[in-house]
Ligand binder design. Structure first.
Ligand SMILES: O=C(O)CCC(=O)C(=O)O
Ligand SMILES: [Fe+2]
Length: 311
């Protein structure tokens, strides 16, 4: 007995299936172009998003000076109109800014000197340091971050501090300070004898550890003249390299027209008039350790301080 195959209308025959597969294949071939385009677009979007996130700050309008550039001759100067805040302060002829701006030079402090100063900072900060991401060491007042507060290294460590710092360290600091003072005076057309070192002047060490207290929140926008009172010219000497010693941590001028950055480089000096024409912040450090020194100058002799010295 032969089994009769009964045709089932719900089950298409082999021919039908083959035709359907061919139809689907040609439909897929037709839509492959747009699909590939969509996939490509997705890859580009994800890459751009990753690059923006990896670069740390998405609002950079312009990079004024890159880490890889060397400003080896004259400082690179950017003029900025002075803010009106200066009208509210006593004027000191020969020092109070008549022209405001910002400038960067790699020709004032050598990388070797920056390395020596960085070692000095490392030695001092290894005595304590903040629990959060930002520690300072002020050789003038002796303030050193410790846990959630500060101690005075000269009082806390007494005579032992002579085993940490040498008189050569202090000599180097004062030598470098004098050179920075000279370049600030020359760039802004001031009399260097009528501007004075002022406090606070401090080494900073920043890493990506989360903030534990407000002192660790170094990234807030601020105006130095408002924050520190006596500052008329701020200078920053960088002791480590953006991109290789740390990521994030760029210096950002926050102008009404956009953000402008300076990328730190060991030995680089960045300086600017301290009024609200130079509102700024430091981008959060995302990896590694960033060292810098804030060295600032006042026009008011009443706020002058001497170079730091071993007690
Ligand atoms: O370290 C820096 O780049 C900037 C520090 C700063 O803004 C300051 O000390 O007031
Ligand atoms: Fe500042």
């Amino acid at each position: 007995m032969t089994i009769q195959r009964r045709s089932n209308p719900k089950v298409p025959d082999a021919n039908g299936i083959e035709k359907k597969i061919k139809r689907q294949a040609s439909a897929w071939r037709g839509s492959r172009g747009p699909m590939l385009l969509l996939l490509g677009g997705l890859v580009v979007c994800v890459t751009v998003a990753w690059l923006v996130l990896a670069s740390g700050d998405s609002e950079i309008t312009e990079t004024l000076v890159r880490k890889g550039e060397l400003i080896a001759q004259q400082p690179r100067v950017y003029d900025v109109p002075c803010s009106e805040d200066y009208d509210n302060y006593k004027r000191y002829p020969g020092c109070t800014p008549l022209k405001c701006g910002r400038a960067v030079t790699d020709a004032v402090v050598t990388r070797e000197e920056a390395q020596m100063l960085r070692r000095l900072a490392e030695r001092g900060l290894s005595l304590a340091g903040s629990d959060g991401g930002a520690s300072i060491l002020d050789l003038h007042s002796g303030a050193l971050s410790m846990g959630k507060q500060f101690v005075n290294i000269y009082r806390y460590f007494g005579d032992q501090i002579g085993e940490v710092f040498t008189s050569e360290d202090f000599q180097l600091y004062s030598n470098v300070r004098a050179r920075i003072q000279a370049v600030v005076a020359e760039t802004f057309g001031l009399d260097p004898a009528l501007m004075y070192l002022t406090k606070p002047t401090f080494f900073s060490r920043i890493n990506s550890t989360g903030a534990q207290t407000q002192h660790d929140e170094y990234w807030h926008p601020h105006i130095d003249k408002v924050t520190y009172g006596s500052f008329d010219y701020t200078s920053l000497l960088y002791l480590s390299d953006y991109g290789s010693d740390f990521t994030g941590g760029r210096f950002i001028f926050m102008d009404p027209s956009g953000n402008r950055t300076v990328e730190p480089r060991a030995g680089r000096v960045s300086f600017f008039s301290s009024g609200s024409e130079n509102l700024h912040r430091v981008e959060q450090v995302t990896w590694g350790t960033r060292f810098a020194i804030t060295v600032s100058f006042t026009c008011d002799p009443a706020h002058a301080i001497a170079d730091p010295a071993l007690p």
